[in-house]
Design a protein around this ligand. Structure first.
Ligand code: NCD
Ligand code: ZN
Length: 344
């Protein structure tokens, strides 16, 4: 196959950061995707509808001219999120989800939830109003091995969350394990999952190949090959419960290449192309459109996009660095050759 035209995709899990940092990355997403679910883990976090609307305005103000893009906003769940705040968020019509970070699970999650039982009222309101919960599904117990944290979250938290709020729509974000694939596959239609390109492309050996590889470090951390194969199977078989969420998470090069490097891979520069690589590797490019462009909006009850994008098969090399605010970042797979590119 030399070229592939699909309905314009959406990114259901994206970190844009803020201000000057955002300005240098938002165009990468807007060139490819019509909409993106924008994560609220700013510092300070986006915990009210008013903060989300102000952030949305800042995003639109930083959009390069000539690009159309709709940021879908999310609210950061805390122990104190009230039912009234949830109702306000829904009334805006611009806030499409609430994000649950277990406190301490990942980058900028220290203001997250310490115990889900404290969020009963907010979750009840979300269930009643049809506002989905996006879950960073990892336990935070320091004694649980980092490679087991997602698997343990399913029995430890997710099952009781679902039985307490059976009508709540939940997206298990950036899943990385075969246990998560199995759980979501077997769950009700109200439970779905996003999958990143980096978890489809790499297994955990990529953290250590020839030396320590900070630019492959993200959370949830890369897993063993059988898990990657389970994710590939889930994404490439037309199962409507699994859809695209890049979790593109830019950090400056220096904050990743440090004594205590940040988690997050910058993938938005090739946000759809990297998925094309992964689908092509298993001869499943015909399944990319459903995963990237149909199943997400269908789950959220939003219209599918009407325009298209075209990818062409033409080898190119990922740059070694990209501008990031006044600084630089190292993109995911820097220096590697990719086969698929976006046609202008
Ligand atoms: C994300 C970030 O940097 O904001 N990092 C990551 O490794 N994915 C946070 C997150 O989504 O966990
Ligand atoms: Zn994320």
């Amino acid at each position: 196959m030399k070229s592939l035209t699909i309905t314009r995709p959406d990114d259901w899990h994206l970190h844009l950061r803020d201000d000057a940092f955002m300005a240098s990355v938002v165009g990468d997403t807007a060139k490819r995707f019509a909409r993106a679910m924008v994560m609220p883990n700013l510092k300070p976090p986006v915990i009210t509808a008013a903060l989300a609307l102000a952030y949305r305005e800042r995003i639109l103000a930083r959009l390069p001219s000539g690009l159309r893009f709709e940021p879908l906003m999310s609210l950061y769940l805390t122990d104190n999120t009230s039912a009234e705040q949830i109702a306000k968020a829904v009334q805006t019509g611009l806030i499409k989800a609430v994000k649950y970070y277990p406190a301490g699970a990942t980058t900028h999650s220290d203001a997250g939830v310490t115990d889900l039982s404290r969020c009963h009222r907010a979750l009840e309101a979300m269930q009643n109003l049809g506002l989905p919960l996006l879950v960073h599904g990892e336990v935070t117990d320091a004694n649980v091995d980092i490679f087991d944290r997602e698997r343990m979250f399913i029995d430890g938290q997710l099952k009781s969350l679902i039985s307490n709020f059976p009508e709540l729509k939940i997206v298990f974000e950036h899943i990385t394990t075969r246990e998560a694939v199995q759980f979501v596959s077997d769950a009700s239609p109200r439970i779905a999952a996003t999958i990143t390109a980096h978890h489809l492309l790499l297994n955990r050996n990529a953290l250590f190949s020839g030396g320590l590889r900070p630019h492959n470090y993200c959370l949830p951390i890369l897993k063993k090959e059988p898990h990657r194969l389970a994710l590939i199977h889930a994404a490439t078989h037309g199962n409507v419960k699994f859809f695209l969420g890049t979790d593109s998470a830019p950090h400056t090069r220096d904050t990743k290449q440090s004594d205590c490097g940040c988690a997050g891979c910058y993938t938005a520069y090739a946000g759809i192309e990297l998925y094309a690589e992964a689908f092509d590797a298993v001869n499943a490019l015909d399944k990319l459109e459903g995963f990237a462009s149909h199943f997400g909006p269908d789950f959220y009850g939003l219209p599918r996009n009407e325009d298209t994008i075209t990818l062409e098969s033409k080898a190119w090399t990922v740059p070694l660095e990209l501008p990031f605010g006044e600084d630089q970042l190292t993109p995911f797979l820097a220096g590697s050759s990719l086969r698929w590119r976006l046609k202008d």
